[in-house]
Structures are given as structure tokens and as C-alpha cells.
Design a protein around this ligand. Structure first.
Ligand SMILES: *Cc1c(COP(=O)(O)O)cnc(C)c1O
Length: 341
């Protein structure tokens, strides 16, 4: 067993840290190899890899949580497995059996146990699975070989002093095309979002919100998170569109809203000209958990929801229940928690 880390768990951000082990598996001649853990955090690949030139790659993000009694658990890794296979299919890459994906996640967490933050700090171990097309190839076609890797980094609690709302602006750009790769978790969508993201930061916003690329009238994504709103008659509403990345956090919140909080829940159109129906709004995803949305700027006007400085009561309840389930303090729905140890 390696020694304890000297990490200050209460002051972790979202930054790369070299942990002890990562998993790597190679696909060649039609099959994945067994895969193994390695201490080497560098990859050596062909200069002609499709991942480098044509964006043939995809990734996932999930977290391992330390519970009050010291055990470690993953939150719905089977959903990440389904989603990566969806992204892989879309980019003509070989799928990964669910068992291989989940076991590799568990092996990486176990091998880096000293980096799983203590319960009570709000910090977690973030896992980053990815698949890249590699091998010697110059034409635009699927790669001859693939690498599937998973590394992990301890990350801090997003909100250290309680949930604080932030403001967003509506972007003039689209992140994905109406019939493009928006629903796949691929790097190309992120490359396409960097300029819009930088503009939002420079203008003092947390990030930008993308409207639907076909009509520019409906909310789609909040940066790299999904949108939800709570209407004045207590309905949880979230956009439905083929160019949104289906957030596992979002689908979990829909279940929590209905089954734990007794709210009505629906997926549908969220028109940017009709934000008055909402009394609260938020952005959700694995990294941010829930970010309360203070206001949204559109056509030079800031539409404020509950408050620019305080989280709304329903958003707060959704957050507490979700985080409670993830850290093992609230009873989880059947099948959501995978024990690592
Ligand atoms: C990963 C991701 C999300 C959040 O999904 P979760 O499964 O909740 O982590 C939302 N939008 C985009 C564009 C993403 O890549």
C-alpha cells in the first residue's frame, strides 16, 4: 500500500493530478485485449491517428464517492457504459462490453484508493474513460486500432460555501448541428464550443447557453451541462432535443423530482421567450452536480429566476437528495449504486 497523499481535500479544484494507476486496453484485429493497469500516464501513438486529425474519439465522466462508513461507491456506471457505446457507434468505433467497462472503472478506483477523498469534504474521485482511434492511417475512414483508457483525478466540491447561483448568456453560436453529433459525448462538440465559452467568460458570465440549432428559439445545453426549470406550478421541465447530450444527472433528477419530491416532470420545448413560466432554474451534470441559474442574458436583458444570490428551495432539495444518494446518506433507487469496496 502506498503512503497517504498530502492533498488538501478541502481546497481541490478541477485540475489534473497524476494518480498512481490508470487502465488501458487495445482493440486490434477485431477484438479488445484484456486490458491492464499501468503507472505510465503517457500514450505513444501514430502521428497519423484518426483521433488527432479527424476527431475520432469519445469520452465519459463519472465519480467515485466515499461514504460515511468509509466504503467507496460509483453512481450509475451502467449508464455511462450505455452512453459511451452510443458515442462509439456514432463514430464507427468498436463498442465496449458493459462488464469490461464497469470492471475497469472499479479496478482504477481500487488501485487509486488513497486518492478517494474523505467523506464530508464534498470532494470525489473523478473518472475519465475515453476511446481514441489510433494506428497508421491518412484517409478519412475509421482507424485500424483503438485505445480505451480510464484515468482518475481527485476533484473538489464545486460549491464550497453552499449552492451559489451564477449567470449565463445566450450564445450567438451553435455547438452541434440539428442532425449532427450533439447527442454523442465526443471531443468535436467541445472543440466547437470553446470560442463561445471564451466569449461568455470574457463578458463575465459563468458560461453560455446554446439555443436549438434549427430555429434558435429553444434552450438546449448550458455549456457542458443540461438545463432544467421549475415552473410556478411546481413542474420540473427539461428540454427534449436530438442534439442535446443526454445527461445522466438530469435523468436522475427527473426521477428524484417525481419520486422523492412529488413534482410533475416533463421533457419538452423550453422557449427562450417564455422564461416567465419558471420560478427556479438550474444546470446539471456530473462535474457541476447542480449549478443554480441566477439569470440568463438574452438580447441585452438579464432574466432573473429565483434570485441572483440565493438558491431556490426546490433546487436546494433536488441537490441535497441527489448528493445524499451519491454519498450513501439517502436511500438510492434500486440499481443506482455500485459498491467498489
Ligand atoms: C457530459 C455532458 C453533460 C452532463 O452529463 P452527465 O451524465 O450528467 O455528467 C451535459 N452536456 C454535455 C455536452 C456533456 O458532454
Amino acid at each position: 500500500m502506498k503512503q497517504e497523499t498530502n492533498i488538501d481535500w478541502n481546497n481541490l479544484g478541477f485540475n489534473y493530478i497524476k494518480t498512481d494507476f490508470r487502465y488501458i486496453s487495445t482493440w486490434k484485429n477485431g477484438a479488445w485485449d484484456e486490458g491492464h493497469l499501468t503507472e505510465d500516464n503517457m500514450l505513444s501513438i501514430s502521428e497519423a491517428s484518426t483521433a488527432l486529425h479527424y476527431g475520432q474519439q469519445c469520452f465519459e465522466g463519472l465519480k467515485a464517492y466515499r461514504t460515511k462508513n468509509g466504503s467507496i461507491q460509483l453512481f450509475r456506471p451502467n449508464e455511462n457504459s450505455k452512453r459511451i457505446n452510443n458515442s462509439l457507434k456514432k463514430l464507427l468505433m468498436p463498442e465496449i462490453p458493459e462488464e469490461k467497462f464497469i470492471n475497469a472503472c472499479i479496478d482504477v478506483v481500487k488501485a487509486n484508493e488513497r486518492f478517494v477523498p474523505p467523506y464530508g469534504t464534498g470532494a470525489t474521485l473523478y473518472l475519465r474513460p475515453f476511446v481514441i482511434g489510433v494506428g497508421h492511417n491518412i484517409g478519412v475512414k475509421p482507424a485500424p486500432e483503438y485505445l480505451f483508457g480510464i484515468f482518475c483525478v481527485p476533484v473538489g466540491a464545486y460549491f464550497k460555501e453552499g449552492l451559489k447561483p451564477v449567470n449565463f448568456m445566450i450564445s450567438d453560436y451553435d455547438r452541434a448541428a440539428p442532425r449532427g453529433t450533439g447527442s454523442a459525448k465526443v471531443g468535436g462538440n467541445y472543440a466547437a464550443s470553446m470560442q463561445a465559452h471564451e466569449i461568455a467568460l470574457k463578458r463575465g458570465f459563468a458560461d453560455c447557453i446554446y439555443l436549438d440549432p434549427a430555429t434558435n428559439t429553444k434552450i438546449e445545453e448550458v455549456g457542458a451541462a443540461n438545463f432544467f426549470g421549475i415552473t410556478k406550478n411546481d413542474e420540473f421541465i427539461t428540454p427534449l432535443s436530438p442534439s442535446i447530450l443526454p445527461s445522466i444527472t438530469k435523468y436522475s433528477l427527473m426521477h428524484i423530482a417525481k419520486e422523492y419530491l412529488g413534482l410533475k416532470v416533463s421533457e419538452g420545448d423550453v422557449y427562450i421567450d417564455n422564461l416567465d413560466i419558471f420560478k427556479e432554474a438550474g444546470a446539471c451534470g456530473t462535474a457541476a452536480v447542480i449549478t443554480p441559474i441566477g439569470g440568463i442574458e438574452y438580447k441585452n436583458t438579464l432574466h432573473v429566476f429565483y434570485s441572483e444570490t440565493e438558491v431556490g428551495p426546490i433546487t436546494k432539495k433536488l441537490y441535497d437528495t441527489l448528493v445524499g444518494i451519491q454519498f450513501g446518506d439517502v436511500k438510492a433507487p434500486e440499481g443506482w449504486i455500485y459498491k467498489v469496496k
